[in-house]
Design a protein around this ligand. Structure first.
Ligand SMILES: O=C([O-])CC(=O)C(=O)O
Ligand SMILES: [Mg+2]
Length: 394
């Protein structure tokens, strides 16, 4: 939804969106902080500020747990980016990433009912990012990592999870993977197949590709093949990073070798999360009733109209075609559920539960053109939050 494409029409008005309209909407930034207390009398000032506030500060100094109930920090989500992999725009730096991060915070507020502030960092050094967030720890309650390039994002997320006693999630990995699993669950249902029996090919072994492979394995789909720019990520390859070598050991159970043509022969599902393209003659080799998720933004790996010639179900990341797979369906509810349940970690079970909740909202309205709820559906975040909180305490 924030792929920068100025031609998207808004829901309430189908006039083309102009550049002027976009720039004036962003002028001054998209966020502001509001106070919950009216500061309109000496009495109110004495309570909210000095001397009243000193009593609360003293109480927290004596009993640190009180910070959770008497400050905003414990339910504040920081949206953290270094600007290295912003949308499909690449490494544009922290200042240029801020409009996106403000947008993510706005989505946390609107859909998750959570306070959120963006923190864009003028370093790409993993140690420095971790040190910064550790030192800021008293100020927030959860970390949403955003638009940080692979492979640093894997190490960064893992080390932050270990360093911080609060929920941490890299949205571009797990937010995307959760929505892909939700969509795939319903794509299997609408084509009358079992999820576990699907042959899945994921094109892209970056943040989203690795997380998609992991969540599909976690959800009980054994036949997952991952492609990177050099072909199938398989155990015969000698050029793999440690993350890809680990993936190779857990995927590709039929030992497919080669590239996209070999991998997609008789495959049921293509999930594109790279910025490449896939040729039509390769798609023609897929199994009948195929499923194509071409998620690269703003240019899908294959145009949805072309994809429909070879597939029964087609999804993209864009808001101007049916079946928009966007991580906004996941992250507000995931963090809300994690914070509501007091969870310190966002586990694999919580992510799978989030996907199931998103898929289940489609219910009886399921068609090949409606496999995931709309990003504007107000039922989504509360349903995801409830499922995540239940999975956290299970
Ligand atoms: O912001 C979005 O729409 C999806 C996203 O996280 C990205 O593309 O990096
Ligand atoms: Mg992102």
């Amino acid at each position: 939804m924030m792929d920068g494409n100025p031609t998207h029409a808004s829901a309430s008005n189908t006039e083309p969106i102009t550049t002027d309209e976009i720039f004036s909407a962003h002028e001054g930034g998209k966020l502001s902080v509001e106070t919950r207390l009216p500061l309109d009398s000496k009495r109110a000032l004495s309570i909210a500020y000095t001397p009243g506030v000193a009593q609360v500060s003293r109480a927290i100094a004596a009993e640190p747990e009180l910070a959770a109930s008497h400050t905003w920090a414990s339910r504040l989500v920081v949206v953290v980016s270094d600007g290295t992999a912003v949308l499909g725009l690449g490494d544009i730096g922290p200042a240029a990433s801020l409009p996106v991060m403000e947008g993510k915070s706005a989505l946390f507020r609107t859909f998750g009912g959570l306070n959120s502030i963006p923190l864009v960092l003028d370093t790409t050094n993993v140690d420095e990012i971790i040190e910064t967030l550790v030192r800021l720890r008293p100020s927030y309650g959860a970390v949403n990592l955003e638009d940080i390039s692979a492979p640093r994002c894997f190490e960064l997320e893992q080390r932050l999870i270990e360093a911080l006693d609060c929920p941490v999630m890299h949205d571009d990995q797990h937010g995307t993977a959760i929505v892909v699993l939700a969509a795939l669950r319903n794509a299997a249902r609408v084509t009358g197949r079992e999820l576990a029996g699907l042959r899945v090919v994921i094109s892209g072994a970056g943040a989203a590709g690795v997380a998609c492979a992991n969540i599909l394995l976690e959800a009980g789909i054994p036949d997952v093949v991952v492609l990177d720019s050099k072909g199938v990520v398989g155990s015969a390859r000698t050029d793999l990073t440690s993350v890809k070598a680990d993936l190779a050991a857990r995927t590709n159970p039929r030992g497919v070798a080669g590239g996209a043509a070999e991998a997609l022969q008789d495959a049921d599902v293509f999930i594109g999360v790279s910025s490449g393209t896939v040729a039509e003659d390769i798609l023609a080799g897929m199994a009948p009733e195929a499923v194509i998720f071409a998620l690269s933004n703003p240019d899908p790996e294959v145009h949805p109209e072309t994809a429909r010639r070879y597939a029964a179900v087609v999804a993209t990341g864009r808001s101007d075609f049916p079946n928009q797979i966007n991580n906004v369906l996941a992250f507000p509810g995931v963090f809300r559920g994690a914070l509501d349940s007091g969870a310190r970690r966002i586990t694999a079970a919580m992510k799978v539960a989030a996907a199931t909740a998103i898929a289940d909202l489609v219910g009886e309205d399921l068609t090949a053109e409606y496999i995931v709820p709309s990003p504007l559906d107000p039922r989504v975040a509360p349903a995801v939050a409830a499922a995540v909180a239940a999975a956290a305490t299970a």
